[in-house]
Design a protein. Structure first.
Lengths: 136, 406
């Protein structure tokens, strides 16, 4: 079982059978996510390897991993919202062991993960794993 | 009569599906698909006719050399060059322009000398000149485009000063589709004694080009946009300019004699073709140019103009869609964005799901994007096989984007 917030997403996505509805839902998740303040949009938080601009602000100060993120692309913002549901609240040392590919497949979103895709989902996951791995 | 269905059937990839939808390929500005005759020529080149060129006296070497060298004449005729000795075969426009930068401009430009460029150049016609700026203090003078994306040739001409050593200008913008009156620029520049390099990467694909009529000194083209193999290309260099050029790359084939202490060069244009070239790619390029000539450049241009007009009219009916650049006589290249809704990458992701291939980003033309005040656009660029029906598919997909992102 993944985080409760992610399991809720799995329940929601179960009713969406075509890509158009899934995309619509991903976009809505992005719209609902609070935007990152401009002060956090700095080179240190920027994730390379994304065709659009992506920022991730991780917090490993407590026992559990938390992050916030943003992008200037709406689908990517939505994917960030999905990743916050997947990772936020996970114990820091367990973050690198989360099977992101497997979990995203449950939402029908794993096609975003392929190496050729330049939406940066893989780069974001690598950043999250790297930060958590170093802190653990 | 341009039989579009017959033309489409020449391109096997156009019958495939992408994401369960028929492919609508509108990324021709980045690279074009290949007709079966080119694919066959490449296969045959390796299966039956392959050897190195300009070396060896054996049968296959002679055969490959004959085919490869034949392309020099094909390119010369395609571009309207007076002689095939004015054609240097290479890997594409980037190599061609770098060769002019290193071989012609570098030895004769000093700190403070100027190169005049339009703001809508592709990076291939910008970055080599930045090398000269960084390394020897050459000054780049930029000429802006008008709000509609057109380029006033007089502004290019007026930018030519006593320190100007070269003018670099695209014949057709890869972002806006703007066609530039390069002849007017070349005529005036010649009066001032300044050579002109024309980037023909886009233009040569869509219209009949005649370098003698244009009066340019250099004209660079790239094979993969001309329905030929990637890694092929050519640059026209007028005879007197070629005589002024020093070799760019050293190696085999471009020399006559090499001793411990001396080296003498082969005659131009061979002097500018070091090492084993893209033999089969070049042979494929020759076949691609013959294919285009067979269809007729005038016919291709007329067909594309029809599709362009249809697309332009349909785009105008969508008040939420912005099209960058609407210069009179522009080519069938459209840079699109949706007001307040969706990044270019969002749009291209959704279009991809609908089987529509477009380019999203800054199109290797960051100074132009900066001048227009935009980050990224989606570019739909049409080729000789695209249809009005494909414009409709594109617009349906854009309407879905508007619905999703607005």
């Amino acid at each position: 079982m993944a985080q409760p917030a992610f399991e809720d997403l799995v329940d929601d996505f179960e009713f969406l059978d075509d890509w158009e509805d899934r995309y619509r839902h991903v976009i809505d998740l992005g719209k609902a996510m609070p935007p990152l303040e401009d002060a956090f949009k700095v080179p240190a938080t920027k994730v390379d390897g994304c065709a659009s601009q992506v920022w991730l602000v991780p917090d490993v100060s407590g026992d559990t991993f938390q992050f916030r993120g943003d992008s200037d692309a709406m689908i990517v913002r939505g994917l960030i919202a999905v990743l916050t549901a997947l990772y936020n609240g996970v114990e820091v040392e367990k973050v690198p062991t989360v099977d992101a590919g497997g979990e995203l497949a449950r939402l029908g979103l794993n096609d975003h993960l392929s190496a050729q895709r330049s939406n940066g989902l893989r780069a974001m996951i690598d950043r999250i794993r790297g930060v958590a791995g170093q802190a653990a | 009569m341009y039989d579009i269905q017959s033309v489409r059937s020449d391109f096997p990839i156009l019958s495939r599906e992408v994401n369960g939808k028929p492919l609508v390929y509108l990324d021709n500005g980045a690279s074009a698909q290949k007709p079966q005759v080119v694919i066959d020529a490449v296969t045959r080149g390796y299966a039956e006719e392959y050897s190195n060129v300009h070396r060896g006296l054996h049968y296959l070497s002679n055969l490959a050399t004959e085919k490869y060298e034949g392309v020099r004449g094909t390119v010369a005729r395609f571009l309207g060059a007076a002689s095939e000795d004015e054609i240097i075969l290479n890997s594409g426009t980037t190599e061609g322009i770098n060769m002019v930068a290193y071989g012609w401009a570098m030895p004769r430009m000093e700190a403070g000398d100027e190169i005049v460029l339009s703001i809508m150049e592709h990076h291939a016609n910008i970055v080599p000149w930045h090398f000269l700026r960084e390394r020897q203090g050459v000054v780049i003078k930029w000429v802006d485009v008008e709000p509609d994306g057109s380029l006033d040739p007089q502004k290019m001409i007026d930018a030519i000063g006593p320190k100007t050593k070269l003018v670099g200008i695209t014949h057709m913008s890869n972002v806006l589709g703007t066609v530039v009156d390069v002849k007017a620029i070349c005529t005036a520049a010649r009066d001032k004694g300044v050579p002109v390099l024309v980037d023909g990467s886009q233009a040569a694909v869509h219209m009949s080009v005649n370098v003698a009529d244009i009066g340019c000194d250099f004209y660079a083209v790239t094979g993969h946009k001309l329905y030929g193999p990637s890694g092929s290309g050519a640059i026209y260099v007028r005879k007197d300019r070629m005589a002024e050029m020093r070799p760019f790359m050293g190696g085999g084939d471009m020399i006559r004699d090499v001793t411990r202490d001396t080296v003498t060069w082969n005659d131009p244009p061979m002097m500018f073709e070091a090492g084993t070239p893209g033999i089969v790619q070049t042979i494929g390029l020759g076949v691609a140019l013959d294919y285009m000539t067979g269809l007729g450049m005038e016919n291709i241009a007329a067909h594309e103009a029809k599709v362009r007009d249809y697309a332009r009219d349909r785009f105008k009916g969508l008040n939420w869609l912005q099209v960058q650049g609407d210069a009179p006589g522009k080519g069938a290249i459209f840079s699109l964005s949706i007001e307040g809704a969706g990044h270019a990458h969002d749009i291209s992701t959704v279009l991809d799901k609908k089987g529509v291939a477009v380019r999203a980003g800054s199109h290797c033309a960051m100074p132009l994007m900066d001048a227009m005040g935009i980050n990224a656009t989606c570019r739909a660029s049409f080729g000789l096989y695209n249809t009005e029906a494909e414009v409709d598919v594109l617009i349906d997909a854009l309407e879905l984007c508007h619905d999703l992102f607005a």
